[in-house]
Design a protein around this ligand. Structure first.
Ligand SMILES: *Cc1c(COP(=O)(O)O)cnc(C)c1O
Length: 230
């Protein structure tokens, strides 16, 4: 089978504006595919399962920055606290407390994005706009010296209706810009707006995204037949 990973990566990178960071989503993909992308210059990779990320981190080059993009269970944070570069899917204050606790053990500050629910689907995780602001306002947040809230993350509905996708991304951009100047403390610095995947990243960028998480458009379709990773 011909490997198109390097070509796909190059093409996507050419399309991306300079201010947009690419997270190559390598979940379910073998280490050799990650190495191919690495050799083509990619350094940021996204995974959504703790066990899989830990195994890959152990075997792959140490200058890779690992982003946790999945729904992270609180009891598993300890396994990635030593090395994770950014956690995209933080959806509760309790999780921030646990991330802080585990980061402290390793004398690190872990960057986090609050995941905001913008999709109409019930299956998608995330905070409401109100809950997002409540976390930023919280007095207790000030005590968490080992985390930094560095932005927001969102996923649009899975639909062919581009107008709806655009509206959802625009709503998150609006929230992001309104909170950005309002909350700027020692552990809040809202710089990153993570939105856009293979199917919708051009729309996300037009709506103000500065970090896209792209998997299948780089690595090809995922094969779930041998596991239940989603
Ligand atoms: C899998 C995943 C992606 C990448 O999806 P593609 O459609 O393959 O680009 C992006 N973000 C999250 C949160 C994901 O779980």
């Amino acid at each position: 089978m011909i490997n198109h990973i390097a070509e796909n990566l190059k093409k996507i990178k050419q399309e991306l504006p300079d201010n947009v960071t690419l997270v190559a989503v390598s979940k379910t993909k073998p280490e050799k595919d990650i190495l191919t992308a690495y050799q083509a210059g990619q350094r940021i990779f996204g995974e959504n399962k703790v066990q899989e990320m830990v195994a890959k981190e152990q075997n792959l080059p140490k200058d890779i920055q690992w982003h946790m993009i999945g729904h992270l269970q609180r009891n598993k944070i300890k396994y990635i606290a030593q090395f994770v570069s950014l956690i995209h899917g933080v959806d509760s204050f309790k999780k921030l407390v646990e991330i802080n606790k585990q980061a402290k053990k390793h004398q690190r500050v872990i960057n986090c994005l609050l995941q905001v629910k913008i999709a109409k689907e019930d299956t998608k995780f995330g905070l409401s706009f109100k809950e997002t602001e409540a976390i930023l306002q919280s007095e207790n947040l000030k005590d968490l010296d080992n985390i930094k809230i560095s932005g927001l993350m969102g996923m649009a509905s899975f639909t062919n209706d581009n107008e709806q996708i655009k509206n959802e991304f625009n709503s998150l951009y609006k929230l992001f810009t309104s909170l950005k100047d309002k909350y700027n403390t020692k552990n809040i610095d809202l710089k990153i707006l993570s939105m856009g995947m293979s199917g919708d990243y051009p729309i996300a960028i037009k709506s103000g995204s500065n970090m896209v998480r792209i998997g299948s458009a780089i690595f090809g379709k995922r094969d779930y037949s041998h596991n239940n990773l989603l």
